[in-house]
Structure formats: C-alpha cells, structure tokens
Write a protein that binds this ligand. Sequence first.
Ligand code: ADP
Ligand code: MG
Length: 346
Amino acid sequence: MSFLFRLRALHLVILCSALLWPALAAAQIDPPESGATERNGWENHSWHVMGTRAELAFWPGTRSAETTVNAVRAEFERLNALLSPWVETSELYQANAHAARAPVVISEEFAQLIDTSRQYSLLTDNAFDITFATVGHLYDYRAGIAPDDAAIAEARAGQGMDKVVLARTPDDETAALSFLHERTRIDLGGIAKGYAIDRAVALLREHGVAHAYISLGGDSYVLGDRRGRLWQVGVRHPRQDDAVAITLPLADVAVSTSGDYERFFIRDGEHVHHILSPESGRPAGALVSVTVLAPRAVDADALSTSLFVLGIEAGLELAETLEDVSAILIDRDGGVHYSQDLLGKD
Ligand code: ADP
Ligand code: MG
C-alpha cells in the first residue's frame, strides 16, 4: 500500500477529528508517560535528551530489548555531543566560536547536515535558514528577553547562507567550515532532531525491529504498524497542554510538528517564540502549529519549521510541490488547513 494511498484513506478520520478542535480532550498518545515499562510484549521507554523528551515504544526484534534501547540512547547522546549549541566540545559550538576567524575542520556527518540545510534554504527562499541563530541567540526565552530593532538590524548583517562556506578536499575526506562574517552563527535546532530520528529508525531496523514509535519532542517516526493496528499519532493541541488537536492513524512515516508553544514567553500580549522569520528576525506570525508527514524525518523536521515561517498560503503551496509530503497547518484562530492530498482532491 503506498504512502499516499494510506494518507488519502485517512483524510476522513482527520477531518472528523479536526471538527472537534479545540474541544477535544486529551486522548492517548503512544507511548505512556515516562520511565521504562513492558506491557503485553511492548517495550515503552521515555527519557530526556537533546533538550527534549525521547519516547520509544517497540516490539523487540532480533536483539534484547535492553540492547536496542541502549543503542538508540547512545546514538542520541552521540548526536547531542556533536550538534548541540550548548555543549562546548560539540562541533557546532566550536564552529560558532571559531569559523569566522579560520576554517574549522568538521565531520562529514555535520557537513552533510549543513548541505541539507542549504538545500532547504534554496527550496524555501530562505524561510529555512540555519544562520537564523545569528539573530536567534539574542533571544532568551527563559529570561523573557528579545532583542530590540537596532540589535536585530546589526546582527542580521551576519545572517545568510552565503556567509557559510564549506570546503571539501577532492576525496571528500575532510570538510572545513568558514563563516564570512564575524557575527555569523548557525543552529541545527530545526533539523537535527529529525535527523536523529532517522538514525534511530535505521538502528531499530538493524536490530530487527518491525513495529515501533520513536519521538524526540515534536519529531517522530512510526515504523511498521502496531501489530495489526495503525499507530495513533496525536498532534498536540497548540493552546491546551496535554490535549490532542488531531489524531493521525499512521504507519511507516515521519511526523514532525513545529509549534509556537515549545519555547516562548508572552510580552504585551504577544507570543514571543522560537521559530524566527529570517527576514525580520522576529517570531514568524501567522501560524501556531505545523505538522508535516514525509518518508524521512529529516525532511519532515526541516519542512515543518519551513512551513511555519512561510505561512498558510506559501507553506501549502510548497507542500503541494513535494512528492509524498503532507501538511496540516493550524492558524492563530484555530483554523486547520490541509494539503490537497489529505483532502483527497489531487
Ligand atoms: P522543535 O521541535 O524544537 O520545536 P522545530 O522543528 O519546531 O523544533 O524548529 C524550531 C527550532 O528551529 C528553533 O528552536 C530553532 O533552533 C530553529 N529555527 C528557528 N527558526 C528557524 C528558521 N527560520 N530556519 C531554521 N531553523 C530555525
Ligand atoms: Mg523542524
């Protein structure tokens, strides 16, 4: 059964759920709350990593459940150590600290993520831009601090993927990263968790796992089905904690939700959140939540952030041009907008 066929078959269910929004009470989101449990053969694990909560539910494969969980945990730790903007020894931290002065040698893995990010910048007319961090680091969501217009204007001189130069040796053995402006900074917060999910799915497959749900914050993948039933993936209600706005019955697909509720503070009634419009250096305004379904989590992640910045019209337009990509956008008034494939009209 093709991915799109499955989605079309689902559109009625989704629309029915959407009609209930915003009154829908908390439904079950797989898997349960926290820790590690085993129930009827299913393993359920939950832990904190990469600044968010990881959840893993799976039917053990060819290795012991413990071996599989540990492999996934170790992989997330490895990626956090490589890509975190807060860990001083991470390649990303080191690049931000030094690449404006001299080329910094980075791993091919990090280099490929920068390449992928650049492709998304090109695809989205720079709505997706990892150099948003040049301005983004001036925000402190916990302390409720946002930069003023002058500070944004000054920092924006260093923003833009044209300031990010990757030089590779002919054999592709070594990549060196340089920034062409002293203010330039990058952050992979809009794509790294999706990448980590894809890596986890590859590991689960290596361990013979055929049925699993794995998530990192708003990024997830459902591997196979739930042994005879589809997985019920809940899209968080953007304005009610622990409530589900829409439930998606799915199998073998990545689901990524970008919301303005993950990191934010309220100032003068305005929701100051963590998804920035690179054009203005201010939080992107029209939407409160974007969910993207795609075959790979890295794409779903980058696209959910991208569509959030692009807004309803341009966001849906982009989703329509991409094969095997579906999108559900929730606007500020609670209006829900679906890509055509979900409405069964394509
Ligand atoms: P999360 O799961 O953390 O909510 P999202 O996929 O919603 O992640 O992306 C939000 C994160 O993306 C921000 O915390 C920031 O690190 C990064 N980001 C913010 N604005 C942009 C942008 N315009 N382009 C690329 N990345 C961005
Ligand atoms: Mg994202």
